[in-house]
Design a protein around this ligand. Structure first.
Ligand SMILES: [Zn+2]
Length: 443
């Protein structure tokens, strides 16, 4: 192994470790609890981050924003034919209401969005595979499905350790039309389909309410008289049942370690650390930050996002929503300092995206676990799969990368977004160009 970054070899040998891994790891342990958007536990996490920053002499503030409430109810799905049985479900938050007495319909396995499934689903309750994304939901609405069922879990894990996920029909999906839905355990769905369930019934009653979430913001003024600012983002919320140690307490504590470092080593340019709330519900915190600071975005020259690092088993990636040159720079930089990472161009599903969408070149850093080496979005996202060693290495690399850029003589990354990335952002953010053209015509 020639990789010795975190041990002794440095191209700037006079400097010892840049970051305080002990404090970083301690905060990681402290944050390792369920932190769901718009609920008290998310606020508790925000307060812990504020306190940790203030203890280091850094000024931190909470910036609140409104989110839809996230009330999920437990219920049952009744199979009515050709056998009868009840299964536990959770209702999708904010998915409307079913008629009195419940929604009863034939079941259609909407395996994928293809023409046969589309024709078959009309007037039925659709069972979908995997995460209910916008494309499939749109197809269900267009094809006249009256309800939907999704499921999660791992068929090879026991029922006892499989929580029934809680899901939400997010606003961008509701805008397409509201269909009620429920979520189930994979084990139950497997049994139900094996037994040939053909008619089902469920009840939901989901009004949309409002709740509060917040970003934690900490600023460090640069030593030069400049408005140029680098924003760091990392979300601190998690999903229900998940302590989110890896996703993304690790990114949050990375930002904390960077803020501690830069407090004592202020770079030329200004730095803003945004610990984002409500990322897991559709990047709501970073979207809120971009909306609340719209005027200041013209001074933001780069966004560095950290989402999921520090796992013991994994591989490092950097995804730049920016010009190809940023990919090359990141690749060369990593090679120069001896850090193994694969850099590529693309849209990363995290808080860098709203910034990129506002024209700010953005990059996301992550260390991705191999299959079986760790989990996210369930009860298995825990400290045991993480290590101080890799968290320290990841944080040090990001620190060095950021410092080099923040102290550059001329900031080398041009503030421009290639058309290819703009198109990918449109696609990711569900902005259907054909629809827009049609809407324009209709007006
Ligand atoms: Zn995440």
């Amino acid at each position: 192994m020639i990789y010795l970054w975190y041990n002794e070899i440095r191209y700037e040998s006079e400097r010892k470790k840049m970051i305080n891994i002990e404090k970083e790891y301690k905060l990681l342990q402290d944050l390792s609890f369920v932190r769901v958007s718009g609920r008290g536990d998310e606020e508790k996490a925000a307060d812990l981050i504020v306190k940790a920053l203030e203890a280091e002499g850094l000024a931190a503030r909470k910036e609140t924003f409104e989110v839809d409430s996230f009330n999920v109810e437990s219920g049952v799905l009744e199979v009515l034919a050709p056998f009868t049985k009840q299964y536990d479900v959770t209702t999708y938050a904010n998915c409307g209401t079913t008629p009195e007495g419940g929604l009863e319909a034939e079941l259609c396995y909407f395996e994928s969005d293809n023409e046969v499934c589309r024709k078959n689903v009309k007037g039925k309750i659709a069972l979908v595979n995997g995460y209910l994304g916008r494309a499939v939901y749109k197809a269900l609405v267009e094809c006249g499905a009256v309800g939907f069922i999704s499921f999660s879990g791992d068929i090879d894990k026991s029922v006892e350790v499989t929580d029934i996920d809680t899901r939400e029909l997010r606003a961008p999906l509701r805008d397409l039309g509201v269909i009620p839905g429920v979520h189930m355990r994979v084990h139950d769905v497997m049994e139900m389909m094996d037994a040939g369930a053909s008619k089902v019934k469920f009840t939901v009653n989901q009004e949309v309410g409002k709740a509060e979430s917040c970003n934690v913001v900490c600023e460090i003024k640069g030593t030069e008289d400049t408005k140029e600012t680098i924003v760091f983002t990392g979300h601190y919320d998690s999903v229900p049942f998940s302590k989110g140690a890896y996703d993304n307490a690790t990114g949050s504590v990375c930002l904390y370690a960077l803020a501690m470092y830069f407090k004592d080593h202020a770079p030329k340019r200004n730095l803003v650390f945004v610990f984002c709330g409500s990322e897991e519900r559709g990047l709501l915190g970073s979207k809120a930050y971009c909306a609340q600071h719209e005027d200041e975005l013209e001074n933001v020259i780069y966004c560095i996002n950290v989402d999921m690092i520090g796992c013991t088993l994994g591989r490092r990636i950097a995804v730049a929503t920016a010009d190809e040159k940023v990919v090359s720079f990141t690749d060369y930089f990593a090679k120069i300092v001896g850090f193994p990472i694969s850099a590529s161009q693309g849209v990363y599903s995290s808080d860098s995206t709203p910034f990129a969408d506002k024209g700010v070149p953005a990059i996301s850093f992550a260390r991705i676990t191999p299959q079986g080496g760790g989990s996210i979005h369930n009860r298995f996202d825990v400290m045991e799969h993480l290590s101080a060693r890799y968290l320290g290495e990841d944080t040090e690399f990001i620190c060095k990368y950021a410092e080099t850029l923040a102290n550059s003589y001329v900031f080398p990354i041009k503030k421009e977004m290639p058309q290819k990335m703009k198109d990918e952002l449109d696609k990711y953010l569900g902005r259907d160009k054909k629809d827009d053209a049609k809407n324009q015509k209709a007006k």
